[in-house]
Design a protein around this ligand. Structure first.
Ligand code: C5P
Length: 366
């Protein structure tokens, strides 16, 4: 299995990648280190990091350089970011990264373009991010711990400049690969973030062949509506609260800080969807979960549910709940299997939202 972990500097991607490698017994490559070695080599040779020729010449750095502690300095990080803009440098480092990704048994790679360029076929793609202020604070603490005195404001400025260069460059810009699970670590503890990542890998390992998760985009709003209208109308009747959400998914779910995911099946297209509606600080209602009849037996619902639970955790959910009706027995069985439990408190607080609601469940974990 190939696991791609991308994200900006000091987002926690290296920590997550290392933890995943240890947990699943996979080799790990910190690809930033390769760019840092090139940046350092340019510096040693007295070259100009903004010059493509100097950058390319430095790609023949000796492997011993990779162990040099100085590569981890902010100064070398800045050089790395500048040399990494040159397509010739990226091309020169491509084969080495690609070979690492393709080794038998799989690998974990972290960087900026692993899920988009180096290994677009990666079974697991994570995009780890955090606010600039939080990343600057982490880097500042780390440097302070190493006895290096620097002003927080300077670090913040450097990080913002590096982000801009990494996301704005033409060749392999920093961005989340399509379908990547975005983990925002701004308010997530180290252990929580690692747990989310491990669960994402387990979801894939548990084996859901031919299925993949797609994030919300406006062109999928019709699928969101139709899939949900199909099952709600077959079992109940569409209530005004359903209509509002189904007809305006962006306005009612995405804009207020929620999420909609889809499951796509090979050869069938979009076969299922579900949403996380934000109902308070840290509180999310899992709602509008439907899978088309045509996809029965493919475990698409389970795959989707695992993905949305992982997503809720990544978004810092402290209360994840759902409301349903006892006639949805198969779905309730699945909710129980994946960690939801019947909860009277949720019923008392939110049960009146739907006429059809006579079951309320809270996520308590497995
Ligand atoms: O991740 P790290 O901060 O060590 O990376 C240093 C620099 O190398 C980044 O700012 C980025 O410009 C570049 N880089 C890249 N592609 C990668 C890894 C790192 O362009 N896959």
């Amino acid at each position: 299995m190939i696991i791609a972990v991308d994200g900006p500097t000091a987002s926690g991607k290296g920590t997550i990648a290392k933890a995943l490698a240890a947990h699943f017994g996979l080799p790990h490559l910190d690809t930033g280190l390769l760019y840092r070695a090139v940046g350092r080599q340019v510096q040693l040779a007295g070259g100009d990091p903004d010059n493509a020729q100097d950058g390319l010449a430095a790609c023949t750095f000796s492997d011993a350089l990779l162990d040099d502690e100085i590569l981890r300095s902010e100064e070398v990080g800045g050089f790395a970011s500048r040399v990494s803009v040159h397509p010739a440098v990226r091309q020169a480092l491509y084969d080495r990264q690609r070979a690492f990704a393709l080794q038998a048994g799989g690998a974990v790679l972290d960087g900026r373009d692993i899920g988009t360029v180096i290994a677009p076929e990666a079974e697991v793609k994570l995009f780890v991010t955090a606010s600039v202020a939080e990343r600057a604070r982490r880097r500042w603490l780390e440097m302070k711990g190493r006895g290096i005195a620097v002003a927080l404001a300077d670090i913040e400025r450097d990080i913002a400049a590096r982000d801009e260069r990494d996301t704005g460059r033409k060749d392999a810009p920093l961005m989340a690969a399509p379908g990547a699970l975005v983990i925002d670590t701004t308010f997530l503890g180290r252990e929580q973030a690692i747990e989310v990542a491990i669960e994402a890998v387990l979801t894939v390992q548990n084996g859901f062949p031919g299925l993949r998760i797609r994030p919300f985009e406006d062109s999928l709003a019709g699928d969101f509506h139709d899939i949900n209208a199909e099952w709600i109308e077959a079992m109940f009747r569409l209530e005004p609260t359903d209509r509002e959400v189904l007809e305006h998914p962006h306005e009612k779910i995405i804009a207020p800080g929620g999420e909609i995911l889809f499951v796509e099946a090979e050869g069938l297209g979009i076969v299922g969807t579900c949403a996380l509606q934000k109902t308070g600080p840290g509180a999310f209602e899992l709602t509008k979960m439907g899978v088309r009849e045509t996809a029965r037996g493919m475990k698409a619902g389970e795959f989707l549910l695992e993905a949305i639970i992982a997503r809720a955790k990544a978004m810092g959910a402290t209360k994840l709940y759902l409301l349903t009706n006892h006639i949805c027995a198969a779905a309730i069985h699945l909710y129980e299997k994946l960690g939801f439990a019947h909860d009277a408190g949720i019923m008392a607080e939110y049960g009146a939202r739907y006429e059809r609601c006579d079951v309320a469940m809270l996520y308590v974990g497995r």
